[in-house]
Write a protein that binds this ligand. Structure first.
Ligand code: AP5
Length: 215
């Protein structure tokens, strides 16, 4: 199965991607996580992407497309993949479709997780994550058992630099301008499944699972 999770920053893509990919046996490919790992490794790509990410604007399409296609064509993704945060522009979506078509593949389902800007801001400004295992927390909605420590590996939790209120505002603006048009693009292709993202984590997981089973 090939699945895309679409939605604004803070919609819960990363949270849901971890659960859905595990349940369906898919490789979870998060463009944001891959870029942050490149940054940590001080690669040329990580260095080029950093300034864009810190400002809350998109990294250029050509860099993202070649990075993501490199991951999608790896053997572990052959049995199925879940894309989180990619594609994010019309050019990326068209580039992805064209490359998949070359391999005789298409996207099966695109889940659009819908939340309004006010909820997205509340979620992002309270987010904490584990730099070691990647588990995502929220200070109010899903706090760790021990304040500031990861439940899984005990590592000190961090806040993303781009979760500051100013950068979150820019990221939402970028989403509405660049990414929201993909909803109509995928609707036209007949693969779009909208899901309300405002409920609790379990509720949203159940709604996404239902749409995946119904495809
Ligand atoms: P990226 O890392 O992809 O960030 P994003 O899309 O802005 O999404 P987030 O990770 O912030 O939010 P999410 O929807 O995953 O929410 P989460 O599950 O964490 O991108 C970062 C940057 O990289 C971009 O700005 C850009 O510069 C660059 N980039 C990445 N991809 C690119 C691309 N394709 N092209 C160009 N540039 C690209 O949840 C958020 C919080 O809410 C958490 O605290 C969580 O615990 C909580 N939460 C989640 N669900 C619920 C729920 N149902 N109820 C209560 N709380 C919840």
């Amino acid at each position: 199965m090939s699945l895309v999770l679409l939605g604004p920053p803070g919609a819960g893509k990363g949270t849901q991607a971890a659960r859905i990919s595990q349940a369906l046996g898919l490789v979870h490919l998060s463009s944001g996580d891959i870029l942050r790992a490149e940054g940590k490794a001080s690669s040329e790509l990580g260095r080029q992407a950093k300034d864009y990410m810190d400002r809350g604007v998109l990294v250029p399409d050509d860099l993202i497309l070649s990075m993501m296609m490199d991951h999608i064509r790896r053997p572990d993704a052959a049995k199925g993949f879940l894309l989180d945060g990619f594609p994010r522009t019309l050019a990326q979506a068209q580039g992805l479709d064209a490359r998949l078509a070359e391999w005789g593949r298409t996207l099966d389902v695109v889940i659009s997780i819908e939340v309004d800007d006010a909820l997205a801001i509340k979620r992002l400004t309270g987010r904490m994550s584990c730099p070691k295992c990647g588990r995502i927390y929220h200070e109010t909605f899903s706090p760790p058992a021990q304040p500031g420590r990861c439940d899984v590996c005990g590592e000190a939790l961090i806040r993303r630099k781009d979760d500051s209120p100013e950068v979150v505002g820019q990221r939402l603006k970028t989403y509405h301008q660049e990414t929201q048009p993909l909803i109509a693009y995928y609707q036209e292709k007949g693969v779009l499944r909208p899901v309300c993202g405002a409920g609790g984590v379990d509720e949203v997981t159940a709604a996404i699972s239902k749409e995946c089973q119904a495809r």
